[in-house]
Design a protein around this ligand. Sequence first.
Ligand code: C2E
Ligand code: MG
Ligand code: MG
Ligand code: MG
Length: 287
Amino acid sequence: AAKDRGGNSYRFFSAEMNTRAVERHELEEDMRQALTNGEFFLMYQPQVNTGTWKVVGVEALVRWNHPRKGVILPSRFIPVAEETGFISKLGRWVLEEACRQGAQWQHDGLPPLQMGVNLCARQFTHEEIVGTVSDVLQKTGLPSELLEIELTETMLMDSETAVSTLGQLKALGVRLAIDDFGTGYSSFNYLKHFPLDRIKIDQSFIRDIGQSRGNGAIIEAIVAVARSLGPEVLAEGVETEEQLRYLMSITCADIQGFYFSRPLLPDDVSRLIRESLPGFGTHHFTN
Ligand code: C2E
Ligand code: MG
Ligand code: MG
Ligand code: MG
């Protein structure tokens, strides 16, 4: 009987593996066309300052509107794109589209908005990332100080290369942020050695606010160290009023999360920001 069970679970396991491999292969094939077919699009999640309640920036998040599967989230296709190397083309497209949109908002008269763009390890290490960023800024006209490049801790592990690349990116005038802070081989050393403008505290710490005391201690330590070393702090994945109150009580400057807003399409971002500007709409009531 034990042998039978073993046999069954083996068959089940390989069937599941097979399904997954098939899906990967399908996505891999479909991706080749998706960029030229215009199936990728960006959504933008607002980042809010808890002192002023102004939107200080947005993070660009890629989506794939697949013709048969519907809208697919990046966790499903970014790993495939990284494996096949397609991420180079896709990453370049994301950077350019985000900067183009950011420049458009400035042109439309919105207040300055930082534009956060995620880079993956492959883009950061294997390519002429500095040249690409420089080209894209020039081509789109986005002021360099409005571009914020998001990196993860693992990308900084080869610290000699990282110091050099980050230095060159800083020389272009862009902002540098470390994403998902606290999940990798975190080291407060990073904050000392790299020219970082912002730390984004990973949402796993925020999720557990009020449930586990240890997390509070970690968040408070990050905020305190950042305050003395310089980078701004943003809390990711803020979903509840309790989390917000706690973060405000320890004066964590910026938040991003469903509590304030989900990722939005460009028109909804402009609407949100225009509606929150002082004086917006008031003239309707003055005469
Ligand atoms: P990330 O950079 O940490 O982005 C934040 C993710 O958390 C987004 O998921 C966002 O929708 C989600 N999120 C925001 N607020 C909340 C909240 O309050 N609660 C919860 N549960 N989730 C929240 P998304 O868009 O699915 O992206 C997942 C990851 O995929 C991103 O994590 C990033 O690592 C990667 N990614 C997204 N766009 C790109 C891209 O253009 N290029 C690269 N290389 N990676 C990307
Ligand atoms: Mg990010
Ligand atoms: Mg993150
Ligand atoms: Mg993340």
